[in-house]
Ligand binder design. Structure first.
Ligand SMILES: [Zn+2]
Ligand SMILES: [Zn+2]
Length: 223
């Protein structure tokens, strides 16, 4: 049982089409995959519609829960809540926010805006996480991402420490841009170990928390 809620297709800077990426994940044994292309505002409706159609076909014919979503990227922090809400209204079933990673820095305040928004499901690669941000994430049910993506993963140790202390729920995502980025279970465990996370918590992060996220998503929309 493998889950991944953060991936990219040719609708942003990924390589494959949504349906091809879903198919590759399905073949690799994934139970669910989120398709979350980088997006601003102008193309929100078009990309959500196109990705949703591929996800729907995949869900009805293959044994994988394909979840159409977006990764809000480089938005002014003050606009994040409103645009996340708009994305959900347009049919995005999952909304993630591109956090303050050390390698592709977005505006300061992005992490805080993401964990404050009830329309945001995952704060991706936060880079760093203050105690206040981690507490808000726990309170508002925003999942905190541990990432295998090169560069972004430099923040994993600090992020995992802050999330654990505050009781915020963590997930592991690949942030896949191509087929080879999709994680195997072995690789997933390696990344968690490198993030300083105890092996006792692996099942929680790799299975229990993904199921909690899916439960939350299903409260708002059919999947
Ligand atoms: Zn990102
Ligand atoms: Zn991404």
């Amino acid at each position: 049982m493998l889950y991944d809620f953060h991936s990219h297709t040719f609708h942003s800077d990924g390589v494959l089409s949504p349906i091809e990426l879903i198919r590759r994940a399905s073949v690799k044994g994934y139970s669910a995959i989120g398709i979350t292309d980088h997006i601003g505002v102008g193309s929100l409706a078009r990309v959500i519609k196109e990705v949703s159609e591929d996800c729907e076909v995949a869900r009805s014919h293959w044994n994988i829960l394909a979840v159409p979503g977006v990764e809000l990227t480089h938005l002014p922090p003050q606009a994040i809540d409103e645009i996340a809400s708009r994305a959900k209204a347009l049919g995005a079933r999952i909304v993630i926010v591109h956090g303050e990673t050390p390698v592709e820095p977005v505006e300061e305040g992005t992490n805080l805006a993401a964990v404050k928004s009830r329309h945001v499901d995952i704060l991706a690669h936060p880079g760093h996480l203050t105690a206040k941000e981690a507490e808000l994430a726990a309170k508002n049910g925003v999942f905190i991402e541990i990432t295998s993506r090169r560069g972004h993963c430099a923040g994993n140790i600090e992020v995992a420490k802050a999330a654990t202390k505050a009781g915020a729920l963590m997930l592991l995502d690949s942030d896949a841009h191509d087929e080879d980025d999709i994680l195997t279970e072995k690789k997933a465990r390696e990344v968690l170990g490198q993030a300083g996370i105890s092996s006792r918590k692996f099942k929680q992060i790799l299975k229990d928390n993904p199921l909690k996220l899916l439960q939350k998503l299903r409260r708002y929309a059919q999947l």
